[in-house]
Design a protein around this ligand. Structure first.
Ligand code: ADP
Ligand code: MG
Length: 158
């Protein structure tokens, strides 16, 4: 991983890190974190849950979020674990940023983002995500997996 990649990953980990509550560390209750097995039948529940969260947080285009999250989670299911003996998980994190928007990360512990000549897909997932997001970034995770981070607009950015 490059130094810039490592720094970006640390920033992500801080964003979704537990916070202190009294003498305990707990997840920030305003943060959405879920883990799903990287299987085709998990794409719909993952999409449903994060879209419900995004609606509560005032997402301007929940249908766009649904599409982008579907593409990102499907990529984790279809591409991330092709070399793995057993498929791993896909994690979905989401957080509302006051004054900015809703940031959603879709992460896997697979082989890392790389081109694939034998892809069963049409190759439109990542281009579609760029169209549906305000910002879109792909990072390499510390263990070599992929983290896709996407920023979406809200109705009232205040
Ligand atoms: N999570 C991922 N892990 C590994 N490779 C990925 C992942 N997501 C995307 N890729 C790679 O990026 C390529 C482009 O993805 P995409 O635009 O969604 O097209 P498609 O999935 O139809 O091939 C994939 O073919 C694959 O090689
Ligand atoms: Mg795809």
């Amino acid at each position: 991983m490059t130094a810039a990649g490592a720094l970006a990953t640390q920033a992500r980990d801080r964003l979704f890190a537990p916070v202190r509550s009294g003498n305990r560390m707990v997840m920030d209750p305003s943060v959405f974190t879920r883990r799903f097995p990287a299987q085709a039948d998990q794409v719909a529940p993952a999409r449903r849950e994060v879209v419900a969260y995004a609606r509560e947080q005032g997402a301007a285009d929940p249908d766009g979020i649904a599409l982008a999250v579907s593409e990102a989670v499907t990529n984790a299911v279809v591409h991330a674990y092709i070399d793995a003996r057993t498929p791993g998980d896909v994690e979905v994190f989401a957080k509302r940023h006051p004054g900015d928007g809703i940031e959603i990360h879709v992460c896997d512990d697979g082989r890392g983002m790389m081109p694939r000549r034998d892809s069963p897909g049409l190759g439109v997932g990542l281009p579609l995500i760029t169209k549906l997001t305000q910002r879109f970034k792909v990072e390499t995770r510390p263990g070599g997996g992929t983290a896709v981070s996407m920023l979406f607009a809200v109705h009232d950015p205040a």
